[in-house]
Design a protein around this ligand. Structure first.
Ligand code: 13P
Length: 330
């Protein structure tokens, strides 16, 4: 299945009234988990990489691994840059064949201080011009992310203003818009409050699909309500990390007990890294599958393939046969 653009995925989601999960990958295991979850749920998805991943691995290495997985995938997906912070960085990811990019012009390159309206418009417009020249859609951000009454800097006035958001989309030409309506990256302190009235107003005034960043910890009913109010892309990262680390912690605990036993009985300690990575990957798969169901993208891959992707009929028949065999084996 060739990579598709995020615009195509989000248009199908708009028509089918569901949300597309955008899942962050940082290594081979998290990438594999995202693909495996999508295959199992038959859910179209966006796999995204942030530029800070670059501090951990060379982008080309990770992207080569993701592309190898994509070549085998039978589910439509887009490869997206999450929170690009400079023109140069976005160009680097476009050159690697990303089919969707985000320029987060709401914050300065350090990801901390806010950018002014003019600065946000200037950098976003520049990225849009370059990306559109090669047919790649751009996600922009207008308004601040943050928990209302929590880590939201500048209070509620920092959330996305619907009229200004419409002007931002019109001025910059972005294809997708990330909005601040009370969600935050990472976990919430206490119960989150999502400003649905604001979201509805933004949706009424803005004619591009909207993105909910900070998907972890947003109650299922708020996510699903958000989908009826124009949210089409939902970013999910911390929940994947939780899945990984909780499984690792559990497995390390039992490995340590086995080592203690071996030490006490004169046995030999065993060292197998896969012992930790396998359950960690399986745990990420489950966390992602759970979100795909909440976003209601499960089962949507095949109608998408039929409608706009024109999958090779031989490949489609092979996949149908495999599905039949899997059913018999169940
Ligand atoms: P969470 O880590 O809260 O799921 O947010 C992810 C995100 O918005 C990535 O851009």
């Amino acid at each position: 299945m060739p990579l598709v653009t995020s615009t195509e995925l989000l248009a199908a989601a708009e028509a089918g009234n569901y949300g597309v999960g955008a899942f962050n990958a940082i290594n081979m295991e998290s990438s594999q988990a995202i693909f495996e979850a999508a295959e199992k749920e038959r859910a179209p998805f966006i796999l995204q990489v942030t530029q800070t991943t670059l501090g951990y691995t060379e982008p080309e290495e990770l992207v080569a691994c993701i592309k190898a997985l994509a070549a085998k995938s039978t589910v439509p997906m887009a490869l997206h840059l999450d929170h690009g912070r400079s023109f140069q960085r976005v160009m680097q990811f476009l050159a690697m064949g990303f089919t969707s990019v985000m320029i987060d012009g709401s914050l300065q390159e350090d990801g901390k201080a806010p950018r002014s309206w003019d600065e946000n418009v200037e950098i976003t417009k520049k990225v849009v011009e370059a990306a559109h020249a090669i047919g790649v859609p751009v996600e922009g951000e207008f308004g601040m992310l943050g928990q209302i009454g929590g880590d939201l800097k500048g209070g509620e006035s920092a959330l996305t203003d619907p009229d200004m958001a419409a002007k931002f989309v019109e001025t910059t030409g972005v294809d997708i818009l990330a909005v601040g309506v009370g969600t935050t990256h990472g976990l919430f302190k206490g119960k989150p409050y999502i400003d649905h009235e604001r979201l509805k107003e933004i949706d009424a005034k803005v004619n591009v699909p909207l993105v909910m960043h900070g998907g972890t910890g947003v109650p299922d009913e708020d996510v699903q309500k958000g989908i009826t109010e124009g949210i089409r892309k939902i970013n999910f990262d911390t929940g994947i990390r939780i899945g990984f680390l909780e499984a690792v912690a559990k497995e390390i605990h039992s490995i340590e007990a086995e080592w203690a036993e071996a030490d006490a009985t004169g046995g030999i300690r065993k060292y197998d890294i896969r012992r930790v990575l396998k359950p960690a990957r399986a745990s990420m798969v489950e966390a992602i599958r759970d979100r795909m169901r909440v976003f209601m993208s499960n089962g949507k891959a095949d109608s998408f393939i039929g409608a706009s992707c024109k999958e090779d009929p031989a490949k489609a028949a092979e996949r149908a046969r495999e599905a039949e065999i899997a059913k018999v084996l169940e």
